[in-house]
Design a protein around this ligand. Structure first.
Ligand code: ATP
Length: 254
C-alpha cells in the first residue's frame, strides 16, 4: 500500500502519456491487491473532494474525526482541477494545490491523496469521481462535505444521481446547521429520502448523515486574505503547506 500511495502522490509530466498509463496500470494493480481491497473486506472509504486552495487544519481535523465515526479505513482527498462553482480568479494552479494537499496529508497514514480530477483536467464533477468508486464491488464510498457545500448541491451536475453513488457524510461548519442546509435542497431531491433515526435514507439505500465534529472556523478564503495582507497563517495550515506557499509566493497578489 505504501508503494501505491507513492505512485498516487507522484506527479507525472503531462506530456508523458506512456509513463502515465504505465503508472496508472501499476496503481490499479496495487489498488486491487493492497490489503485495503482484499476480497470480502467491507471497505469503507472516505472521499473528500475540495478545491484545497490551500488545504487547512479545518479540512484535516474534520477528516480525522469523521474516519472513526464511520469506521473509514482511509480518507482520500481529491483536489479538483477546475471547480465549476468557484471564480478561477483566486484559485492557485492545480499542481500547486495537489502538492499542498500531499504535504498536508503526509504524516497521517489514514489519509491519501488522489490526482484523479487533476489528471483528468477541465471542469471537475463530483458525479464522475463518485462513479469511479461506486463502480468497485469492494468499496463502500462515503463522500465527505461541509454544510455549505450540501446547501449548494442542487446546482451540481447530476445532483439527483449523486446521492445514489455514495453515502454522504455532512460536517457542520461553525455558524451553519445541517437541517437548514438540507432544507435548501430541491424538494424533489429530498422526496427521495426517508428518515431512519439520525440518518436520511435514499431510495437506493445510501444514507446522508450529519457528523458531529469539533468544527474549526477556518476557511481557505481567510487564509488567502491573511497572506495577501502579509499576516501570519501559522497554526491554520501545516508547516509543510506554509513553507510551500512562501516558496512559491502563492496568494500574495490575489
Ligand atoms: P474557500 O474558502 O476557498 O471557499 P474552503 O475553506 O471552503 O474554501 P474547500 O476546499 O472549498 O475549502 O472545502 C472542501 C470541503 O471541505 C467542502 O465540502 C467544505 O464545506 C468543507 N470544509 C472546508 N473547511 C471546513 C471547515 N472549517 N469545517 C467544516 N467543513 C469544511
Amino acid at each position: 500500500s505504501s508503494l501505491r500511495m507513492t505512485i498516487t502522490r507522484t506527479r507525472i509530466p503531462d506530456n508523458d502519456s506512456a509513463l502515465k498509463s504505465f503508472c496508472l496500470s501499476i496503481e490499479s494493480l496495487f489498488a486491487k491487491t493492497s490489503p485495503f481491497f482484499e476480497d470480502g473486506v467491507d471497505l469503507r472509504v472516505g472521499i473528500f473532494g475540495g478545491t484545497f486552495n490551500p488545504p487547512h487544519l479545518g479540512h484535516l481535523r474534520l477528516a480525522e474525526e469523521v474516519a472513526p465515526l464511520f469506521g473509514l479505513s482511509r480518507v482520500i482527498f481529491v483536489p479538483s482541477h477546475t471547480p465549476p462553482h468557484k471564480s478561477a480568479l483566486h484559485v492557485a494552479a492545480p499542481e500547486h494545490r495537489l502538492e499542498m494537499t500531499c504535504r498536508a496529508c503526509e504524516d497521517n497514514a489514514l489519509f491519501d491523496v488522489s490526482d484523479m480530477e487533476i489528471a483528468a483536467k477541465g471542469l471537475s464533477y463530483t458525479v464522475k469521481t463518485l462513479e469511479v468508486f461506486a463502480g468497485r464491488k469492494d468499496c463502500e464510498p462515503f463522500f465527505i462535505l461541509g454544510t455549505d457545500s450540501l446547501r449548494e448541491i442542487g446546482t451540481w451536475k447530476d445532483s439527483e444521481r449523486l446521492f445514489s453513488l455514495a453515502h454522504f457524510t455532512v460536517v457542520t461548519r461553525p455558524g451553519t446547521n445541517f437541517r437548514a442546509a438540507w432544507a435548501g435542497l430541491p424538494a424533489q431531491t429530498r422526496a427521495q429520502f426517508h428518515e431512519a433515526g439520525e440518518s436520511l435514507v435514499h431510495a437506493s439505500s445510501t444514507r446522508v448523515e450529519c457528523a458531529a465534529v469539533c468544527g474549526l472556523d477556518i476557511s481557505s478564503t481567510r487564509i488567502r486574505a491573511l497572506v495577501r495582507e502579509g499576516q501570519s497563517v501559522r497554526y491554520l495550515v501545516t508547516e509543510p503547506v506554509r513553507s510551500y506557499m512562501i516558496d512559491k509566493k502563492l496568494y500574495r497578489n490575489d
